[in-house]
Design a protein around this ligand. Structure first.
Ligand code: UT7
Length: 330
């Protein structure tokens, strides 16, 4: 039987170093005007050498636990959604477990590219249902700069590094949100449109081989754009219909922060007024799996989310994967 499931604490962390559009224009042929007009992005945060995904998650986790008035010792599971982990092995969740100073938890990474966090909500919901008393740290986190080809202007202007985290449990707490429903989907036939294949088993490296371009994000931007708008819209419609809701019942839409034009198009198709669509893309760029939990934490901090509000999340990413989740803030 499905148990009720609550998001109890919200936290985020972006590394302090900021790379502006003008900074980018010093080493790749682009301009602040092009980037702002085509994407809405003004700057992105980038890790310092030595800083990695687990560091970002650890900070976001501490903030989320603090927000939930919970302790590290309360956690039973750590789930990290990322496709830029610290390493293939050990998984980032185990590193985070150690950095938080705990052990004995179920600690696992999940990969669904930008959709990782919403996929993670579905996994967490399942874990809450089958566990006696789960207290799950779910983070979406990326160090996109480690997989960015800084010579490719088609992609390098888009991404940023950050982590967001929530604590999920079967019991509510102050300022929490009930996770009402989640819908996720995918289409692997479209996998080649957005890839990081280098170093995987389909393209293994050999010793002394120079790093190939495939080590970094490769994307057919226009195609991704079209599918993103279509999938994010339709998955929201499915979720709303299943829950007997219409767009008028939604107080805030939090879409994956990939491109302002994608966000605008999804908002329009769902008939959401601009003021009901949350945007923080200008500050962070596309932080992939971190985008939604970072936006959730930001929206909470800015007072854009208030008790009683119904919030709809929607995302899209490589795979292709996509999904939507419905939250009711208490
Ligand atoms: O998280 C999910 C994954 N990613 C996404 O959601 C991204 C989806 N796609 C997009 O956001 C957009 O397709 C982009 C922002 C990547 C590109 O915007 P676009 O309007 O689709 O531009 P385009 O790729 O069609 O390129 C238009 C022109 C090209 O020049 P020509 O061939 O018309 O002369 C590009 O070479 O813009 C050029 N261009 C740039 N110019 C200046 C591409 N990147 C840049 C750049 N600066 N950074």
């Amino acid at each position: 039987m499905t148990k009720q499931c609550y998001l109890r604490g919200f936290g985020s962390f972006a590394p302090p170093k900021v790379l502006t559009n003008d900074d980018l224009a010093t080493f790749v042929e682009t301009s602040d005007e092009w980037i702002k007009t085509r994407t809405g992005i003004e700057q992105r945060h980038i890790v310092d050498p030595g800083q990695c995904t687990s560091d970002l998650v650890t900070e976001a986790a501490k903030a989320a636990l603090n927000d939930a008035s919970l302790a590290v010792a309360d956690l039973t599971h750590i789930l990290v959604a990322t496709f830029t982990p610290d390493a293939y092995c050990p998984n980032t969740a185990c590193v985070v477990e150690d950095k938080l100073g705990t052990k004995g938890l179920m600690a696992m990474d999940m990969s669904a590219a930008c959709s990782g966090f919403v996929y993670g909500l579905q996994v967490a919901r399942g874990l809450v249902s089958i566990s006696d008393n789960a207290t799950i740290l779910l983070s979406g986190a990326e160090t996109m700069s480690s997989r960015t080809n800084w010579k490719d202007r088609n992609t390098c202007v888009l991404f940023g590094d950050a982590a967001g985290a929530v604590v999920i449990s079967p019991t509510p707490g102050p300022n929490c949100a009930e996770l009402i429903d989640v819908e996720v989907s995918s289409d692997g036939a479209l996998r080649d449109l957005l890839t990081v294949t280098g170093g995987g088993s389909s393209m293994p490296y050999t010793l002394d081989q120079p790093v190939p371009a495939e080590h970094f994000v490769m994307m057919q931007g226009r195609e991704v754009f079209k599918h993103a708008v279509r999938s994010m819209t339709s998955v929201c419609e499915t979720l709303l219909e299943r829950n007997g809701l219409t767009n008028a019942d939604i107080d805030l839409l939090i879409p994956h922060q990939a491109n302002m034009r994608i966000i605008d198009a999804v908002g329009k198709k769902l008939d959401m007024p601009e003021g009901k669509v949350f945007v923080n893309l200008q500050k962070y760029g596309n932080t992939s799996a971190a985008s939604i939990p970072l936006a959730l934490a930001d929206a909470r901090a800015q007072g854009a989310i208030k008790p009683g509000m119904t919030v709809l999340l929607t995302t899209f990413g490589g795979g292709f994967t996509w999904g939507s989740a419905l939250l009711k803030f208490l």
